[in-house]
Design a protein around this ligand. Sequence first.
Ligand code: SAH
Ligand code: DHB
Ligand code: MG
Length: 224
Amino acid sequence: MSNDQDQWTTVDRYFTDLLAPDDEALTAALDASRAAGLPEIAVAPNQGKLLNLLVRTHGAKRVLEIGTLGGYSTIWMARALPADGRLITLEYSPVHADVARSNIARAGLDKIVDVLTGPALDLLPVLEEEAAGPFDFVFIDADKVNNPHYVSWALKLSRPGTVIVVDNVVRGGKIATAHPDDPAVTGTREMFDLIAREPRLDATAVQTVGSKGYDGLLLARVTD
Ligand code: SAH
Ligand code: DHB
Ligand code: MG
């Protein structure tokens, strides 16, 4: 690992220890996810705390997450919700979904979180049919090739003022250049084009460094 990466990790640890320490349920969620062989690609603790603060600051009651993994980001966001709040999270892998359900129950959040299993593009139309929206806050963090579809669905299930956050929009800087052979980059670039020409979305993106490397977040708001 590069010296830069070592320094980013050291600074992330400094912030996390002071401001966003993992408690028992979060640590157990990461331990159980690792033990079950899930990839170690959850958001960092200080990023989880950022999601928690965004959901709370926005006063969101209904949250949609696309890409659950072991439910680590789910727990951070669900903790920001009031008792009558609801978080629906979509996960393709039944194994990941099972680990997540158990992690979420251990965190005492199973009453307000629903983990739905299946390809998100099959589940999103069901949410629409069931009038599960509008959602106040949407976190997109699944297969990057489908990012343009996920943003379109987030918009469909939104209201004016809905906030949409997309993880991993920089990927070590790859985003700024066309990578025809990398569907994740191609998908995310299509997403940026879509957002740029969509008058109902007002957006920005920021680059980040930290324990998870050099990446970035997109933040968008549905206009009034
Ligand atoms: N949000 C999580 C990390 C998610 S990793 C966290 O920060 O804690 C991405 C997840 O998206 C993986 O669990 C993967 O199985 C899931 N995924 C991939 N393709 C998907 C699809 N088409 N529909 C739903 N989930 C998908
Ligand atoms: C990957 C996915 C993520 O959501 C992430 O935060 C980091 C890496 C991946 O698929 O490699
Ligand atoms: Mg991610």
